[in-house]
Design a protein around this ligand. Structure first.
Ligand SMILES: Nc1ncnc2c1ncn2[C@@H]1O[C@H](COP(=O)(O)OP(=O)(O)OP(=O)(O)O)[C@@H](O)[C@H]1O
Ligand SMILES: [Mg+2]
Length: 475
C-alpha cells in the first residue's frame, strides 16, 4: 500500500483526509504548511503521493510544494486541492506535473478514486524506471550500494562525469570503495568497450614502475631483451586507474605530469614519443594535500589530477548505508555459496549497524562472508558475528583505563611495544605475507617495511612477494 503525505493548513481537512486514507489502508503523514512538509520530505524520503492544499500561509504554497516534490522525486504523484476552483490554477498545477486536482468540498468516494488512480500511475512509472536502470547498467553504478545522501551525491557525480575524459582523483580511507568508483566511471562512460587497467603504484618497485607504465625499448636496461609495451599503451582509448598515487616517486611524478600535459608517452630508453588517448583516474587513501604541503607530492601534478575529486566518507560516517550493504552482501554470498539464507535477525542487524568498521565496506563485506559461511540456519544471528563482540571488549581498553603513576610513564616505549604487538599479529594473520599485513593495518607496503625496520622485526621474507602481479587488465 502506498505512502501519502497530506499538506493542509486547515486542521479539519487534514484530519478528514488522514482518517479516510488510513481507513483505506494507506500510510499517511500530515503537515500543516509548506516548510514543515519539506522537513518531512527531507527526513522520510520520497512518498508515493502528495496531496496538498493550494492556498496556504507561509512562503510555500501548493504550487511551490509541487515543484519541490517533483524536483526531489519525479515519480511522486501530486494531487492539489483547492477551494478556489479557478481553471487557471488547476491548469497551471497540471502543467507543472500534478496528477490531478480536487475542488473543495469533495466526497470520500471522489477522493478515493483519484488517490487510487494516482498510485497506480506511480507504481507504473516506478516500475519503468527500475527496468530502465536494470537494462542500462547493472554492472556499473549499480554495483555500488548506498542510500546515504553522501552516496547519492556521489552517484549523481559519477553519472555526470563518466561521459567526460576529465581526470578524477578518488580519495577516502581504505576499503571505502575507491576502486569500485573508478570502475563505475569507466564502465558508465563512452570508453566502456575499451580496456580498464588498474595499477597499484605502491606495489611495484620504483625501478620497475616506469617501464611498466611507459614500456621500454630493446636493450633499455639490463634484462630488457625485447621491447615491451607499457600500461599506458595497453590502455589506449580506455582508462588507466593509478591506485595509491601518493606512492609515486618524484621523478615519476614529473613524467606523469608530462604525459598529462602533452598526451604523449615515451618508452624507457626510447627517443620517440607517441600520442596516447587515456583517461587517468587516480586514488589515494593518504592526505595528498598534506603531502603537497610538506613537499612530497608535486603541487602542479596534484591540481592536474584532481580536476574533479570524489571523496568517499568512511562507512561509520554514513550509517544509513549499512543495512543495504548488509543485505547486498548477504544475498551475494548466500548465492555464491548456494545457501538459503533469507534474513538477518534484528539483533544481528543492530550489532552490524552499531559497529565502527575501521576497515570500511571491505571489513563489512568480510564479516558478512564469514557469517554466511558459518551460519547453519536460514538467518544470520549474532553468533555468526564474533568479531563484533570482540571489538566491543577491546573498546574497553581505551585511554581512560590507563593509570599514570606519579613518576610518569614512558609513552614512546609503551606505544612501540603496542605497535610491535599489533604488527606481529597482522603478520601472523596474513601468514607472513607483508603485503597482506600492510593491507590489514591499512598502511602502505613501504610504511610497513619502515616499521619492521624500526621495531627490529625480521619478517624473514624475501622480496619475492613484490613480484606478485601488480596490475589487472580487464576488457
Ligand atoms: N558502495 C559499495 N557497494 C558495494 N560494495 C562496495 C561498496 N563500496 C565498497 N564495496 C566493496 O568493498 C570492497 C572494497 O572496495 P574497494 O576495493 O573499491 O576499496 P578501496 O577504497 O579501493 O580500498 P583500498 O584503499 O584499500 O584500496 C570491495 O570488495 C568492494 O566491492
Ligand atoms: Mg583500492
Amino acid at each position: 500500500m502506498g505512502s501519502i503525505l497530506v499538506i493542509d493548513d486547515e486542521r479539519s481537512m487534514r484530519e478528514f483526509l488522514a482518517i479516510c486514507l488510513k481507513r483505506a489502508g494507506y500510510r499517511v503523514t500530515t503537515a500543516e504548511e509548506g516548510e514543515q512538509a519539506l522537513q518531512v520530505l527531507e527526513a522520510q524520503g520520497p512518498f508515493d503521493l502528495v496531496i496538498t492544499d493550494l492556498k496556504m500561509p507561509g512562503p510555500l504554497d501548493g504550487l511551490a510544494i509541487l515543484d519541490q516534490v517533483k524536483a526531489r522525486a519525479p515519480d511522486t504523484q501530486v494531487i492539489v486541492i483547492t477551494a478556489y476552483a479557478t481553471t487557471e490554477t488547476a491548469i497551471s498545477a497540471m502543467k507543472r506535473g500534478a496528477y490531478d486536482y480536487l475542488t473543495k468540498p469533495f466526497k470520500v468516494d471522489e477522493i478515493s478514486v483519484v488517490v487510487e488512480r494516482a498510485l497506480e500511475r506511480q507504481a507504473l512509472v516506478h516500475a519503468n524506471a527500475e527496468l530502465r536502470e536494470q537494462v542500462q547498467g547493472r554492472f556499473r553504478l549499480a554495483s555500488l550500494s548506498g542510500k546515504s545522501p553522501a552516496m547519492q551525491r556521489i552517484f549523481e557525480l559519477i553519472r555526470k562525469i563518466a561521459p567526460t575524459r576529465t581526470n578524477v582523483l578518488i580519495t577516502g580511507e581504505s576499503g571505502t570503495g575507491k576502486e569500485l568508483v573508478a570502475r563505475a566511471l569507466h564502465f558508465e562512460g563512452p570508453r566502456a568497450q575499451k580496456p580498464f587497467i588498474a595499477v597499484n603504484c605502491g606495489a611495484i618497485p620504483e625501478t620497475l614502475l616506469e617501464s611498466e607504465l611507459f614500456g621500454h625499448v630493446k636493450g633499455a636496461f639490463t634484462g630488457a631483451g625485447a621491447a615491451k609495451e607499457g600500461l599506458f599503451a595497453a590502455a589506449d582509448g580506455g582508462t588507466l586507474f593509478l591506485d595509491e598515487i601518493g606512492e609515486l616517486s618524484t621523478p615519476l611524478q614529473v613524467k606523469l605530469l608530462r604525459v598529462l600535459q602533452e598526451r604523449k608517452i615515451k618508452p624507457v630508453g626510447g627517443i620517440e614519443e607517441r600520442p596516447i588517448d587515456v583517461r587517468i583516474i587516480t586514488a589515494t587513501n593518504r592526505d595528498l594535500e598534506a603531502e603537497v604541503a610538506r613537499g612530497a607530492f608535486r603541487q602542479d601534478l596534484y591540481y592536474r589530477l584532481k580536476v574533479i575529486q570524489v571523496h568517499l566518507p568512511p562507512l561509520r560516517q554514513r550509517r544509513e548505508d549499512m543495512p543495504i550493504l548488509v543485505e547486498t552482501f548477504v544475498k551475494r554470498f548466500a548465492g555464491e555459496m548456494a545457501k538459503r539464507i533469507v534474513a538477518v535477525t534484528p539483533d544481528a542487524m543492530s550489532a552490524l549497524c552499531a559497529y565502527d568498521y575501521p576497515g570500511n565496506v571491505r571489513e563489512l563485506e568480510n564479516i558478512i562472508e564469514r557469517a554466511v559461511t558459518l551460519e547453519a540456519s536460514s538467518r544470520i544471528t549474532c553468533e555468526a558475528l564474533p568479531q563484533l563482540e570482540k571489538t566491543k571488549a577491546a573498546g574497553a581498553q581505551d585511554g581512560q583505563a590507563v593509570e599514570i603513576p606519579a613518576e610518569g610513564i614512558d609513552l614512546d616505549r609503551i606505544l612501540s611495544d603496542y605497535e610491535r604487538e599489533i604488527v606481529l599479529k597482522a603478520l601472523k594473520q596474513s601468514g607472513g605475507t607483508r603485503k597482506e599485513a600492510a593491507r590489514l593495518l591499512r598502511i602502505t607496503f613501504r610504511s610497513l617495511r619502515y616499521r619492521l625496520e624500526k621495531l627490529g622485526i625480521d619478517s624473514g621474507l624475501d622480496e619475492r612477494e613484490l613480484a606478485l602481479p601488480p596490475h589487472s587488465v580487464e576488457e
